[in-house]
Unconditional design. Structure first.
Length: 155
């Protein structure tokens, strides 16, 4: 069931424990980065997707420059996926952030890697208007995994 955008409230949050629980329930999407994610939620700009009082997803952004911001982490609880929550979460937060930044970047496992889960992730970002700008065969902290960089102009 797709939820209406009006059912989902997006707001900046400091519900670190709840976000940590979501991260733990979706840790298969974060490979070995879960420890970094748990640190970053406290230092990056954190937004939650709420249905009523329950936080069901989150996105974090880190500032890369005066003009650029990066989606560092994004997750939606498994029971709430494929209902438009991730799309609403990213679209609404970028609408807020466009007043401060010109461009948003996101990095994910590159298309040169056969993982079908990440093919879905890349498709998600492409549907949101992000464009692939580079593939790096090695990226610091990613081991042997290739990194694909996507960018989206915000204004």
């Amino acid at each position: 069931m797709n939820r209406k955008a009006s059912d989902i409230v997006i707001k900046q949050t400091d519900q670190y424990e709840k976000v940590s629980e979501i991260a733990q329930k979706t840790r298969d999407y974060f490979e070995t980065g879960i420890d970094q994610l748990l640190k970053d939620i406290r230092t990056h700009r954190l937004y939650g997707a709420f249905i009523g009082e329950e936080i069901v997803g989150f996105v974090t952004y880190k500032k890369n420059s005066d003009d650029g911001i990066e989606i560092s982490w994004l997750a939606v609880l498994p029971d709430y996926r494929d209902q438009g929550i991730g799309t609403t979460l990213v679209n609404q937060t970028l609408e807020i952030l466009k007043h401060e930044y010109h461009v948003c970047e996101v990095k994910t496992l590159a298309q040169t890697h056969p993982d079908p889960g990440y093919a879905r992730t890349r498709n998600f970002y492409t549907k949101l208007g992000f464009v692939s700008v580079d593939i790096l065969q090695s990226y610091p902290g990613w081991g042997d995994n290739p990194c694909q960089i996507f960018k989206k102009p915000l204004r």
